[in-house]
Design a binder for this molecule. Sequence first.
Ligand code: ADP
Ligand code: ASP
Ligand code: MG
Length: 422
Amino acid sequence: MALIVHKYGGTSMGSTERIRNVAKRVAKWARAGHQMVVVPSAMSGETNRLLGLAKELAPPKPGDDHNRELDMLASTGEQASSALLAIALQAEGMQAVSYAGWQVQVKTDSAFTKARIESIDDERVRADLDAGKVVVVTGFQGVDDAGNITTLGRGGSDTSAVAIAAAMKAHECLIYTDVDGVYTTDPRVEPDARRLTTVSFEEMLEMASLGSKVLQIRSVEFAGKYKVPLRVLSSFTPWDIDIKEEARSGTLITFEEDENMEQAVVSGIAFNRDEAKISVLGVPDKPGIAYHILGAIADANIEVDVIIQNLSKDGRTDFSFTVHRNDYAKAVDLLKAKVLPTLGAADIVGDTKICKVSIVGIGMRSHVGVASNMFRVLSEEGINIQMISTSEIKTSVVIDEKYMELAVRALHKAFDLDQPAA
Ligand code: ADP
Ligand code: ASP
Ligand code: MG
């Protein structure tokens, strides 16, 4: 008997029919002798619907902050789906109970809409499991010290599931979703993408941080920190497939590098359409410039991603960086108000129609020329590179958004990702 955590995403919970299927699958696992904790997302579209209602009532304006109430609101999506799943499990003849984050408790900090889990008290859940119940715990939400409901950021149910698995020392955390594993790139953009049977933790961390939405980055971080065995698999297989076959399916995130295995140079391609570029033009090239510009941005709690500073000409230079698109207007306003006058820069310009495309692979550590290969492929497609950023196992470029699919497909082919691994 093992303690297993299942997580079901929004599409997998998208209708009563699908919830019934989830209940049947979970019941199969419980009847095979496992203690089951299940973490559902809100039914598909529900979080967007709720947040859309708030937007209708209060279109976002600089200075406005409804974040506490947004969390009160968005968390109801998971509360509803969890209760429905517990009811469906009971209808299958199982003993089942559902809990909201504050009932468990899943303790977080108070950063509304992007809270971080600090601790999980699993006593109540454990007592229910020992009494033979299936326990359903809401994804995406927690509670802060003051008793406010918080949410963990979009896609946060993945993190809820992995954190619960870590706290309870679960045997495995299975992330059930609408694809049958982690692919070489998003199969919606490249139909020739291939499923990976395993992916290293480091590569998964890069892919998630560079925009592959199949797992929320914090869930991968948790899995790494607490060594939670983690698998991504399909919720669309028939619920009654052989449990052993199901347990082997999908993609396993691995923590140990297999020394004997020849690592693919590039294992995957990620892309991110959520960023915008800001350039401060004609800044005097002297010490303290980066700090002056990015310090103001950091003080406003805005995260910066890719940064470049050009060579100076006549003692002046251009300084560019990217931020999340949601933070773009705030960042530009702030720079115009605070930085432009004090710094004596010529202008501030921006571009929201950009995207970042990245190649990721552990094999890049031991191979030279991978980045230049990437640049060659993009140049052959006539795609201009605006910014570049590299680390040991990834190279990212910022390009015009309209070339994103072309770039992903060309790179996927050039790095033989459509071919089965040797
Ligand atoms: P869920 O609602 O189950 O959490 P998500 O929509 O958050 O599902 O994540 C699954 C989606 O992630 C897939 O439908 C796919 O389009 C997208 N995706 C992006 N990159 C990848 C990748 N490398 N492998 C698999 N899926 C990916
Ligand atoms: N329901 C939340 C969202 O749509 C959390 C999740 O699905 O993981 O972002
Ligand atoms: Mg998700």
